[in-house]
Design a protein around this ligand. Sequence first.
Ligand code: GDP
Ligand code: FE
Ligand code: FE
Ligand code: FE
Length: 194
Amino acid sequence: MEYSKQYTKHTRVELTSLVAAQMSDKRFQHVLRVETKALELAEKYHVDLEKASIAALTHDYAKERPDEEMIAIIMNSEIDNEIIRYGNNIWHGVVGSRLVLKELGISNQDILNAIESHTTGRSNMSELEKVIYVADYIEEGRNFPVVEEARKIAEVSLDEAVAFETKHTLLYLINNQNKIYPKTLETYNAWVVK
Ligand code: GDP
Ligand code: FE
Ligand code: FE
Ligand code: FE
């Protein structure tokens, strides 16, 4: 895909190498599969393909940073320190959006929001945010029990796919007695509750 240079000074090939340098090959392959799925959803639901590609490639940019570095970034930023209690799963989107701005120079707010909300969702997600949230959940490498159903729903309705993912993520977290980040509940109340 040829980028317009509106959202990043890098070519797609340059951006993929910058991302690859931040993570294991296994995670990088996941990132590429998220991009493929995000482009598919973006085309279907009329979302900007270039923004979908950039957000997908950068969504897990911070995922393999050491915990100490992540904690230092949180403490030295405007991010609520309360987040420290939740661990990397919750940090990496929030910190990732800041690092992608600072280190990659990507400043489009919709792209940064998509990175920030990709794990938990939020109440007012843009179409791009929904595409990244869902693509990350249903990319072809995922193989948890309800993924096939999630993929089928995503072919019919992006909003229904957001609702399905949110409900099943919350059920999974509760079943495993994991700590629920308030934003996850915000997403549940906005997208799942009738
Ligand atoms: P990945 O980075 O591609 O592995 O995927 P995500 O960023 O979407 O999710 C990372 C992990 O965070 C997944 O295992 C989710 O189930 C988990 N997660 C999502 N919401 C919450 C939450 O509210 N609390 C906790 N503890 N984990 C969550
Ligand atoms: Fe992630
Ligand atoms: Fe996700
Ligand atoms: Fe991911």
